[in-house]
Design a protein around this ligand. Sequence first.
Ligand SMILES: [Zn+2]
Length: 548
Amino acid sequence: MAATMGTAFAQDTPDPTMTARIREEGLNHSQVMDIAFHLTDVSGPRLSGSPGLKRAQDWAVDQLKTWGMVNVKREDWGKFGKGWEIQKNYVAMTVPYYHALIGIPKAWTPGTNGAIKGEVVYFKVDTITDLAKYKGKLKGKIIITDAAAPKEQNFETLPGRFTDAQLDTMARATPAQGLAGGAPGLTGPIPGHIAAAGGARNGGGGGARGGRGGFGGRGVNANTLAQFELDEGVGLILTQARGTDGTVFTTNGASHADTAHMVSPSLETSSEDYQRILRLVKAGVPVTLEADIKTEFFTKDLEGYNVVGEIPGTDPKLKDQLVMLGGHFDSWHAATGGTDNASGSAVMLEAMRILSRIGFHPRRTIRIALWSAEEEGELGSSGYVANHFGDIYTMTLKPEQSKVSAYYNIDNGTGKIRGIFLQQNAAAGPIFQQWLAPFKDLGATTVTIANTASTDHAALDAIGIPGFQFIQDPMDYMARTHHSNQDTYDKINPDDMKQMATIVASFVYNTAQRDDMIPRKALPAPRPARGARGAGAAARPATTTGNN
Ligand SMILES: [Zn+2]
């Protein structure tokens, strides 16, 4: 059969024996949930630069070594900035009655410097002249500002799994549609990544989502406001978090840069708690809160690190070439980053374990990279690209750029793989169709020309290395888990995780063994000159503002 179908077909028919061994190990002897447990419950939040991220990185390094990987290390990718973590977070309403609030300090904001207790002040500033009314009146006070109540969400109607019709639409996407990004024909966004990076001096990150978003647009500059609050000695700023039903989607309240300006303590509060307090104070009912928030900045080591490790290649002609797989290891701080992105990281670690466990000696070298600082703008992967592959602003390439066959990324939550985004690489389509064929029974069939953006494969794609992200079922990633205080181990679906690790291991296996490298697109044009970027950032693509 192969002879009549041409060499491309023969080359890309997966070896059924190896596929069966990968499936057996990945589906029936999985350790992916144990890996996820160590990344989440055991390590804690993995905000970039935090002790939690370091704990998880150290564990991953040990684990990769235990599995027999080589060249395993935390690799410095460049300057990140300050680390930060929450060490105490208590806030409750005590008048007119006791109620414990759901609230999370904004990342990179200071704490309350001990326990504070005070009346909540309704702070309404529409123009710069309004500030005068509050001069001398805010010292130690807890302030709240107008914010629209969120529309009620009905989770029953939110997407869980892609329908056949949706997948069919994606499969039939044309390059032109694909260029627009995302998946055509879908009502919701394809989960991408990256929160608004860096943040302004205050009100950064979440911006218009929170209770403070209106100020900038109504005549008072956010930086002016932040300086006023700081100068007046505000005790605590309450902001309304995006989310309902106790879900708090977190953001940063200041930049991670070591040069960032000081801001006031800032608490992102659940919309229900926020709206209750707002209704009371606007009705003239006195509200008293007590709070005790301690956050810690870490400035000794301002560098950022990725975790890397390899299964060495064995083919004399191909072992210097690479297959890469990865995902971002960092998370936001309100929970343990279960679906964003312990799930993707655990899948990639498990894929490495599977390939090692079955005794696979690849032709090409297989390298895992678990990135940091994705949430601040793909900084870890972009720094790695700059160090290893070249400069996207001049398209000056380093020799290693020519040696990477492909990079595979997972960063869309816990939903199982339904296919793969070609990222406009049409020539890879027929290859991936055949590689997905053995996984039809597991629901992975769709190859779409479309792009998906805003996560780390884009950093490699930007330097001309074929970088791919898989299509994953959305589950409740956008509605509930990613970046939120609900992003815990519990939201990770074991069966979906096993499926993902098995398919990724198979793709990596096939890429490692293929005679030729994965076809490449034309080298991208150099990026426009570096514009305004977050301080402390290494060279990286222009900031994409998305949802991951
Ligand atoms: Zn993510």
